[in-house]
Design a protein around this ligand. Structure first.
Ligand code: ADP
Ligand code: MG
Length: 400
């Protein structure tokens, strides 16, 4: 994290240069209509692509889509190409896979200000295997490399870690924005700094929790993982999701918070149901009065109030993990109310994690957050303090 990375602004004049950009075009496509059902990842890649093309670069965009076992129309990038042709003013070409003759021909005839999209990188097993031959082939297409796919940068794939061994490497606009916001909450947060951590399991997030306990002034624990903490404190949790093997770890984290004088907010009341169903009947139960057969599926109203009160003085909030089973409307209120409270406060909020981002969308306050991380698993690894292989490749590359 210490070394700076090279940004697009440092790339110098790019007119006529071939620039290979690793983007994230991994968009969902409705199998019935063939339409892109959420274009936000394409939109996210446009600042970088548009900037390079406006300066007259010859841009080659590469991405994966899905987890294909081999080539096939279901995972083709053709719909993305159609989308770009419909929405962008510049010419957009589509070539085959990186190792095809067609791709090589398309690269050599590409003109300044034109975009070429290569077919799904993962059609070639060399991508996930980080095959150096594939990396060299890709690098041979270009003079410069830009990584704008933060969400894939925790993977040792050819397009992420292989190519930058052979070309000067730069962080794209989306990548730089991600790193700036995440580095801000990791290294220079305005205080008081609070974390809200939820989601299903403690075991997924032990590393994150213990790292955050070194950084934050206060921490709120909600969602399914709170059950394990409550059980560790001796509460009876009925049929709630509790990870018994992780209870000693939860106890150690509670002790760590106490020793460091970090405020910790756990649910004092929860919504309990007897079935894991959207329309299951439920009641509000004190955390001290959960009956056999009942499971905690959301935080209760007193807990929501306590969370909102705790967050009042915060200047920075990092949020990962929903407060309840937000996919079911009946158990989404905890997550939605917390999201809306954050939107109303004058506070810098960074949201990370696939389900958390979806939950903030469901609460209708996505635009009011300071930063919504696009990274999913990559964001979590980064927040845990892991150096992502794709970022290391950018930070270490010294451009002469
Ligand atoms: P993120 O993707 O943001 O990192 P997680 O994947 O860790 O979040 O957690 C999200 C999942 O946690 C959701 O599917 C949600 O239904 C589940 N969850 C939240 N609260 C509970 C609970 N009380 N019991 C069971 N599952 C829960
Ligand atoms: Mg998730």
């Amino acid at each position: 994290m210490s070394l700076p990375f090279h940004r697009l602004a440092d790339i110098g004049p790019v007119y006529g240069q071939r620039v290979l950009v690793r983007v994230d075009f991994n968009v969902p496509i409705d199998p019935a209509t063939g339409e892109i059902s959420d274009d936000s990842r394409i939109q996210g890649s446009l600042p970088t692509l548009d900037k390079l093309l406006a300066q007259g670069a010859r841009v080659i965009a590469m991405s994966h889509r899905g987890r294909p076992k081999g080539p096939g129309p279901e995972n083709s990038l053709a719909p993305v190409v159609a989308y770009l042709r419909a929405h962008r003013p510049y010419p957009v070409y589509f070539a085959g896979e990186a190792r095809s003759e067609e791709a090589a021909r398309a690269v050599s005839s590409l003109q300044p200000g034109e975009l070429l999209v290569l077919e799904n990188l993962r059609f070639d097993p060399g991508e996930s295997a980080n095959d150096p031959e594939l990396a060299k082939r890709l690098a041979s297409f270009a003079d410069l490399y830009v990584n704008d796919a933060f969400g894939t940068s925790h993977r040792q794939h050819a397009s992420i870690v292989g190519v930058p061994q052979y070309l000067p490497a730069f962080a794209g606009e989306l990548m730089a924005e991600e790193l700036d916001h995440l580095d801000q909450v990791l290294a220079r947060p305005a205080r008081p700094y609070w974390a809200i951590i939820g989601g299903a399991k403690v075991s997924d997030k032990v590393k994150l929790l213990s790292r955050l306990l070194e950084l934050v002034d206060g921490i709120i624990i909600g969602g399914g993982m709170a059950n394990t903490f409550l059980a560790a404190q001796g509460h009876f949790m009925g049929a709630s999701l509790v990870e018994e093997p992780v209870m000693p770890v939860a106890r150690a984290l509670l002790a760590q918070a106490r020793e460091r004088g970090i405020a910790m907010v756990l649910p004092t009341d929860v919504l309990v149901a007897r079935e894991f169903r959207a329309d299951a009947p439920y009641r509000v139960a004190p955390a001290t009065d959960i009956h056999a057969g009942e499971m905690a599926l959301d935080i209760g109203p007193a807990t929501i109030d306590a969370i909102i009160e705790a967050l009042e003085p915060a200047q920075t909030v990092l949020w990962n993990g929903p407060m309840g089973v937000f996919e079911f409307d009946a158990f989404a209120q905890g997550t939605i109310k917390v999201a809306q409270a954050l939107a109303a406060l004058n506070v810098s909020v960074v949201v990370g994690g696939g389900d958390s981002v979806a939950a903030v969308g469901k609460a209708g306050v996505k635009d009011r957050m300071t930063h919504i991380s696009t990274g999913g698993g990559a964001t979590l690894r980064y927040l845990e303090g892991e150096e992502l292989p794709g970022i290391r490749a950018l930070r270490q590359r010294v451009v002469g």
